[in-house]
Write a protein that binds this ligand. Structure first.
Ligand SMILES: C[S@@+](CC[C@H](N)C(=O)[O-])C[C@H]1O[C@@H](n2cnc3c(N)ncnc32)[C@H](O)[C@@H]1O
Length: 240
């Protein structure tokens, strides 16, 4: 929750369905300072962008018109920072509902001098729906989304048919949707849901081999330490 005095706006008001857990965590002085210094240049409030109801001005945001990758639920920002640093020809927009993660990513970007990442605070699905035009994204990354293991919560999963239709519609033809999870039942659902979308194709015909360019995050490592197996699912928007 933004603190008084910051100008990154309130989190998006949510409807009944939210794909993330509401959390309140203290920011601490380093993260608060990072937000104060870096947010004006690198940050975007989903709430503010959605209330303007227009498409994101990518040139204003990144200073160029490079292919754009969106990461939904970037957590502490480890994956997006490493992948963007290794991929300077594309721009990355990290969207996260949890403010300390946003601040952490800002610190990471500053420390590593990474220039092709911007951070959005709020609900990524809202941002895609209201501010990202159809057929405009080179890739969407969804790494270790909350698994919502209880059956009554399954409708909150990001990889569910209606959310997938939204994600697919924002991809350019040939654009990639890359998901990873350490929750095997969810991995199976990902394969099934993504396989059932008529506008997506799976070049691997099943789970993808772990790509070397996706780094292990703390979250993933915690799953591995618990003996969880990790699966990647990589699909492409078909050309029609
Ligand atoms: C389990 S964590 C994984 C974080 C990170 N991807 C990683 O691998 O370390 C899932 C994250 O997704 C975020 N999240 C879930 N749904 C979201 C949404 N609709 N918009 C923005 N963030 C979301 C949560 O706040 C949480 O930080």
């Amino acid at each position: 929750m933004p603190e008084p005095g910051f100008s990154f706006g309130a989190p998006t008001p949510h409807g009944p369905l939210r794909t993330f857990h509401p959390r309140r965590a203290p920011l601490g002085p380093a993260r608060r300072d990072a937000l104060e210094r870096l947010w004006p240049e690198l940050g975007l409030s989903v709430h503010d962008a959605a209330s303007r109801d227009g498409a994101l001005d990518r040139r204003a945001l990144f200073g160029r018109d490079a292919p754009l990758v969106v990461e939904i639920g970037s957590g502490m920002g480890e994956a997006v920072a490493a992948m963007a640093a290794a991929d300077p020809g594309r721009d990355y927009l990290a969207v996260e509902a949890h403010l300390p993660g946003i601040a952490n990513l800002l610190l990471r970007l500053e420390a590593a001098g990474i220039g092709n990442v911007r951070v959005a605070h709020g609900d990524a699905l809202e941002l895609l729906r209201r501010c990202v035009p159809e057929a405009s994204l080179d890739a969407v990354h969804v790494f270790f989304p909350d698994p919502w293991p209880k059956a009554r919560h399954h409708k909150r999963r990001i990889i569910a048919p209606e959310h997938v239709a939204l994600l697919r519609s924002r991809l350019v033809p040939g654009g990639v949707l890359h998901c990873a999870t350490d929750w095997l039942p969810y991995a199976e659902v990902m394969l099934e849901v993504l396989g059932a979308d008529p506008g997506l194709e799976n070049p691997y015909g099943g789970f993808a081999p772990r790509p070397a360019h996706r780094p292990v995050t703390h979250f993933e490592q915690r799953g591995l330490d618990l003996g969880h197996e990790v699966r990647d699912v990589v699909v492409r928007r078909t050309t029609r």
